[in-house]
Design a protein around this ligand. Structure first.
Ligand code: PMT
Length: 219
């Protein structure tokens, strides 16, 4: 089937938020729904790929037989799961909104409401995508950048710093882009190009992204 452009390829995708525990009942998280990552997984599988989808807490589901879903909670768990599969991946796409920091200590018991203020010390989480860039052998590596200011400059910075082949920029300044909703508005940035797309459903955005990956890999 000539439409199965990713036949024989393994695609590793991260999706969703991570939750960083504060105590047994509370966490630090973010608004990612996992929709963008699950849409990418469906589209890659429809093109014949074997997909390893590593998702933080999300209510998204898939029944596609060529998508293997691994559910994780924290950034450290996502890191560990990603590197069980990264070495064999041909394409890796990081659409997860990974928490940059996690509480230094997780309280064993529910924190009581005693004091007027409460300080939680945070420490940096491992950067999963940056580590993928450092360990890159054959992988075509795609990152996302969720920005609120100096968008293109910041995205280009991440392209270089994380040793990526391309980066998808979505801006929270664009209506209908980014978290939660069913739509997204992206720019695809490579070393030598910047391509802007209109507002579309996340399914259509996934198609645009994988078309672009296909073109880049054939070059
Ligand atoms: O899930 P949805 O509701 O559909 O929303 C989709 C989305 C907005 C979450 C998605 O399109 C998106 O932009 N994902 C990346 C969000 C993000 O955390 O961006 P960032 O600029 O902070 O991170 C840059 C890149 O590094 C991302 O590819 C991220 O996955 C990766 N990263 C970041 C930190 C970290 N510790 N490890 C990482 O791998």
């Amino acid at each position: 089937d000539s439409n199965k452009k990713f036949a024989g390829k393994t695609v590793l995708i991260t999706a969703g938020p991570t939750y960083e525990a504060i105590d047994p009942v509370r966490f630090i998280g973010n608004h990612s729904s996992g929709k963008m990552g699950f849409s990418l997984a469906e589209e890659a599988a429809n093109r014949g790929a074997k997909v390893i989808l590593i998702s933080g807490p999300s209510s998204e589901k898939t029944n596609h037989q060529d998508i293997e879903v691994h559910r994780v909670t924290s950034a450290k768990e996502m890191f560990a799961k990603v590197f069980e599969y990264y070495e064999n991946a041909d394409i890796a796409i990081a659409s997860a909104a990974v928490a940059d920091y996690a509480p230094k200590e997780i309280a064993q018991e529910k924190i009581k409401k005693n004091d007027d203020s409460l300080t939680i010390e945070l420490v940096k989480n491992p950067d999963i995508l940056k580590t993928m860039g450092e360990r890159k052998t054959k992988q075509f590596l795609v990152g996302f950048a969720l920005e609120t200011q100096n968008e293109e400059e910041n995205a280009k910075g991440k392209l270089h710093k994380k040793n990526l082949d391309m980066i998808i920029l979505n801006s929270l300044r664009d209506e209908g882009a980014g978290f939660k909703g069913r739509t997204n508005k992206i720019k695809i940035i490579t070393e030598s190009s910047l391509t802007e797309f209109p507002l579309k459903s996340k399914e259509e955005v996934a198609r645009d992204i994988l078309n672009f990956v296909e073109d880049q890999m054939l070059k």
